[in-house]
Ligand binder design. Structure first.
Ligand code: ADP
Length: 259
């Protein structure tokens, strides 16, 4: 049995194909999300990698912000459910998952059976999401995937006091004009995201083990600052950005085996 999860996010599209509810056979990721050709490209990409067609897939489950718009789904499931399933698959016994995506952040408490117990979410404000980092990357003319390396060179991280993204942009411009080093500004920007999400997480009981998911999990500077803020180790897996798609494929497999 092959099941496919497609996670259509605000900035990226991800797919994962699972065999018999156990082993992932292929994944794909495209850097354009809902309302673009990214989801179709990710979908075709993962099928091509496996050398199969849509007919060979027993069940397709769509998740993410754009899941309602994906016509070719047999099922749909929330991002919370899917990230939780993906996280527990990669880290059995996981108790807290912190997902930072392109336009929102969620913290999920997971019970001892691997099911979601509680969650808190920020989907109202760009601060504390990938959007904040992307806005700063455009302003600094540096790719967001170079932020962790730059932040690691910082000797004195800048303090970004504004939580509003628009005001924080002006603050960064003023700091650069006053001679602040770019790496110190980048370290400050990464810390700012970690502090916002960390304070969201503190509304729940942050039980260990804790992991991060979503694209921002790939930024080691945010991971380290969040770990410092919450005073807990944060687990990371290279597939963190794919947890939603992986969880959707797992959800589809569970539903198929019930039928
Ligand atoms: P969504 O599902 O909402 O589209 P993702 O979970 O894919 O969002 O996360 C997208 C965010 O991840 C981007 O806004 C960007 O800040 C961040 N990101 C993506 N790739 C990388 C990378 N290689 N290094 C650091 N950050 C990244």
């Amino acid at each position: 049995m092959l099941t496919l999860g497609i996670d259509i996010g605000s900035t990226t599209a991800k797919c994962a194909v699972l065999e018999d509810g156990r082993d992932f056979r292929a994944v794909s990721l495209r850097d354009s999300g809902v309302g673009t050709d990214g989801p179709q490209a990710a979908f075709e990409g993962v099928l091509a990698e496996l050398g199969v067609s849509r007919r060979d897939i027993d069940c397709v489950c769509a998740t993410g912000y754009g899941r309602a718009a994906w016509q070719d789904a047999d099922l749909r499931a929330s991002e919370l459910t899917c990230h939780c399933l993906g996280g527990v698959y990669v880290f059995p016994g996981l108790r807290t998952l912190i997902d930072i995506g392109g336009q929102d952040a969620k913290v999920i408490s997971i019970d001892a059976n691997g099911s979601m117990a509680e969650f808190v979410m920020n989907d109202k404000c760009a601060a504390g999401t990938g959007r904040f980092l992307d806005v700063m990357a455009a302003l600094l003319r540096r790719p967001v995937d170079s932020f962790a390396e730059a932040a690691a060179r910082s000797k004195s991280p800048a303090s970004i006091s504004n939580t509003c993204t628009v005001f924080a942009e002006s603050e960064v411009i003023s700091q650069l004009a006053a001679g602040a080093a770019v790496e110190d500004v980048i370290a400050g920007v990464c810390r700012s995201v970690a502090t916002r999400v960390g304070s969201l997480a503190r509304r729940l009981d942050v039980r260990e083990p804790v992991c991060m998911s979503g694209g921002v999990a790939r930024n080691a500077a945010v991971r380290e600052a969040l770990s410092e803020y919450l005073q807990v180790p944060i687990l990371f897996d290279e597939r963190a950005q794919l947890f939603g798609a992986m969880g959707a494929a797992i959800y589809a497999a569970k539903r198929q085996s019930k039928e």
